[in-house]
Ligand binder design. Structure first.
Ligand SMILES: [Zn+2]
Ligand SMILES: [Zn+2]
Length: 155
């Protein structure tokens, strides 16, 4: 599958070298406010599996309720958000799936923070939906858990 994407103006273009570890559709209030939309779709992937083909995204530090670091990397020209570092973990990125040329190739594995899902957003009957968060050890494929362990020390 072609996993290339870019910002709105095209100054930044990137390619994912492999598929992601897991895909979140996040309905939390932060994602709604930061995108101006109903949710954000994030592909969790190792930073070194993102190949930047053009341009250089720059971080913007976002306020968070949790106090954990959230840096959003944006195109320096058009400010489109391309990916995030959540929690100060530079080895892992949360790539905004809707910046891919074909976002349909990475459907969400889970819907999280459904407690603030907008009431008119309907989800497929087979979707895995969680009011807040989920048990990573149970839902992630073994291969993805191993990939995550290889880059993070927190388990
Ligand atoms: Zn741009
Ligand atoms: Zn969110």
């Amino acid at each position: 599958m072609a996993l290339e994407g870019q910002c709105a103006c095209g100054a930044v273009r990137y390619r994912l070298k492999t598929g992601p570890m897991f895909v979140h559709c996040c309905h939390c209030k932060d994602c709604q406010r930061q995108t101006g939309g109903a949710f954000a779709i994030n592909a969790l992937i190792e930073t070194d599996r993102i190949e930047i083909l053009r341009g250089e995204p720059l971080p913007t530090r976002m306020p968070t309720d949790s106090g954990r670091v959230h840096d959003v990397y944006r195109c320096p020209d058009c400010a489109t958000a391309l990916w995030s570092d959540y929690g100060g973990r530079p080895a892992m990125r949360f790539v905004r799936v809707a910046t891919l040329d074909d976002p349909a190739v990475l459907p969400p594995d889970v819907h999280i923070f459904a407690r603030s899902k907008l009431p008119w957003v309907g989800l497929p009957p087979d979707a895995q939906v969680f009011e807040v968060y989920y048990d990573m050890a149970r839902l992630w494929p073994a291969e993805s858990l191993a990939r995550r362990r290889a880059i993070l020390r927190d388990g």
